[in-house]
Design a binder for this molecule. Structure first.
Ligand SMILES: Cc1cc2nc3c(=O)[nH]c(=O)nc-3n(C[C@H](O)[C@H](O)[C@H](O)COP(=O)(O)O)c2cc1C
Length: 308
């Protein structure tokens, strides 16, 4: 059976070092199980389930279908503290193998997770936050580069991944704009141990996104993506067509348009990264994973050899 091995992929028992990244509203339990079956790490935010009880049911549903690794994303400061605590305890109770913490300080969650042998990833957009997360106990750091879907950074992945790798003790996970096996090969050569893809998996059959959303992803160009803080106050990337005011460079006007019923944040204003340029079709996750693995093999084989 074909495999792509890295130390972190081996530690988690993955066939390929790919992660289907957590996406608010649209990632779901079906994606997690399809990823587990395809040998990669699936994930979703706990908040994608409306209530804590529904989240517990989703964990039981996943657990009944796979004993492979998967991840739950806890969005620390975006989650009501009581809900966060209950969701976290449920993760420990159901033996969730990986926690992805974001939007907050993971120290306390990481300490308690480690007591149960849970692996903790934390996502950042720069070295300063990466060093803090490493001190807080994260087992691996997700470097979210410029052009990523969701809340993205501004540093090129060509710099962010090797820069984090040079300055951290813990493994680095590359995120942002990755949609093909050729980019996976590039990310591993830059020093990443896992590759984190959100946008590519919006265009999967299993993803809960609206069909029109998937269409925009597979038909988009890098220019279709707008980086703005007008929607949520934090810079993130959005599909321009879904923004209520396309004159987004006028921040005040854009914010007003969003507030004046231009749609509910994230629900009607759709986020994606520049990787839409390379995600060309909607397919089942198993087929996407096969494509990426094959492209990876072709890319590695096709590299010019070093002649001493
Ligand atoms: C629609 C959407 C929603 C997202 N929601 C979350 C979230 O709830 N929590 C989180 O940590 N990251 C979230 N992200 C970021 C992704 O986990 C990941 O970092 C990003 O998609 C990687 O870049 P890519 O989309 O270019 O592959 C979201 C991304 C997208 C596209």
């Amino acid at each position: 059976m074909s495999r792509i091995r890295t130390p972190l992929a081996d530690r988690l028992g993955l066939r390929y070092p790919f992660v289907s990244a957590p996406m608010f509203i649209i990632s779901n339990k079906e994606m997690i199980v399809a990823c587990a079956e395809a040998g990669i790490l699936g994930s979703m935010p706990s908040l994608n389930l409306r209530t804590h009880e529904e989240f517990r049911e989703a964990l039981a549903w996943i657990r009944a279908r796979t004993d492979r690794a998967f991840a739950i994303n806890l969005t620390i400061r975006l989650t009501d503290p009581e809900r966060l605590e209950r969701d976290f305890e449920a993760c420990l109770e159901f033996g969730v193998p990986v926690l992805i913490t974001s939007y907050g300080n993971p120290t306390e969650l990481a300490r308690r997770a480690h007591e149960k042998g849970v692996v903790v990833f934390h996502d950042v957009i720069n070295l300063k936050h990466a060093l803090k997360a490493q001190e807080a106990g994260a087992d691996a750091i997700i470097g979210v580069a410029a052009g990523a879907g969701g809340h993205a950074g501004t540093t090129s992945p060509f710099v962010l991944v090797p820069y984090l790798r040079e300055n951290l003790r813990v493994p680095v996970i590359a995120a942002g704009c990755i949609a093909t096996g050729r980019q996976v090969a590039a990310s591993l050569s830059l020093g990443a141990e896992l590759v984190y893809m959100g946008t590519r998996f919006i265009a999967s059959t299993e993803c809960g996104a609206d069909a029109r959303y998937k269409e925009m992803v597979v038909n988009g160009a890098p220019e279709s993506i707008v980086y703005t803080d007008a929607v949520s106050g934090v810079h993130a990337n959005f599909l321009a067509q879904t923004l209520p005011d396309t004159k987004i460079e006028d921040r005040a006007a854009a914010q007003k348009a969003v507030q004046q019923g231009g749609g509910k944040k994230w629900k009607d204003i759709w986020s994606a990264g520049q990787g839409i340029a390379l995600a060309r079709d909607v397919k089942p996750i198993a087929a996407i994973v096969d494509d990426i693995a094959r492209e990876y093999a072709d890319a590695v084989r096709g590299l010019p050899a070093f002649e001493p």
